[in-house]
Design a protein around this ligand. Sequence first.
Ligand code: XIL
Length: 367
Amino acid sequence: MTAGQRVRSLALAAAAGLVACGGGDFATAPTAPTATPAAGPPGTEVEPLAAAAAGAGKLVGAAVQASYLGQADYAAVFGRHFSYVTAEWEMKWLPVQRQPGAFDFSGGDRIVAFAEARGMRVKGHALVWHGSTPDWVNTLTAPELRIALEDHIRTVVGHWRGRVHAWDVVNEALADDREATGDGLRRTTFYETLGPGYLAEAFRLARRADPEALLIYNDYGAEGRGRKSDRVYELVMGLREQGVPIDGVGLQMHIDSSGSPTAADVAWNMRRLAELGLVVNISEMDVRTASQPGDTATRSERQKQVYKAIVGACVAEPRCDAVTLWGFTDKFSWIDKQFGADDPLVFDESYRAKPAFFGMLEAFQRR
Ligand code: XIL
């Protein structure tokens, strides 16, 4: 079935109130393990982050991949320490609807089942993102894409209705500073085909599909002060003023341990977003160290201080509801593919707690 045929059949099905779903599966190759600092205590023996976070009124999460949950160490440490889970890949458009009408929920179902068995909340990620858009979506006309967007969001959000605490509805819609022109929006298929109004459409469709889920705009490079941070602020303020059902902003926090953004600037940015009536969350935190000077112990200590300061900014902000890491063990981090070998997370590749883990723990415990 071609994309156009799918969309036309949807137009007919919409009239008859019918929808369809199918199967398939997906997994990404694991990232190469990277070197690790001096060994700390086993992750299964240190006090749970989730309890400390709960004491501060926060959720603490990590992005996981379904294919890793069968590994005992991975499942044990993740299950012990986190109260919130994000699918690193399996709930995105490409793995879920690789071909028009062929929905594959298997990876997301496995992650949601794992979470629910442990009383964890689930973050849906991400309904609209240029980084996981199947080729067939890029071939659609505006009317076809409008129908496909409605079908995707209604079907996916409807599949997990009542089981997802928050959805990253639109991810990374703003251009980086060097590319930003005019309205500052990234020139994606959604923008080029539907215009800037696609953001409002996506949020309205998500609200209709699950009235209970928090609806989030998520982005990177906008955590502290800066032009992109201002553009996120202006974007979500505009959406709120249009009456668009947006509830919060996700600050991805893919940073290094150089000290930028400062915790003070992150706190300032969180506060101004909160004053719009939004919740904020740290959605994809990892702290790269490889580019920093000093030996492993020095870089690990610096990394600990960055985790402690940034998590502390969320702890101090009443409207910051969660800190989520992008992975939790250096054994599996997207950073290795994206930026080269690094140790950006809080458990080493043997699932031992690093100084960064204790930085998070101390922040949640306000120590
Ligand atoms: C990344 C995953 O970590 C990779 O495994 C995948 O191949 C591509 O997507 N910002 C986001 C995330 O919002 O969805 C991206 O995750 C990382 C950047």
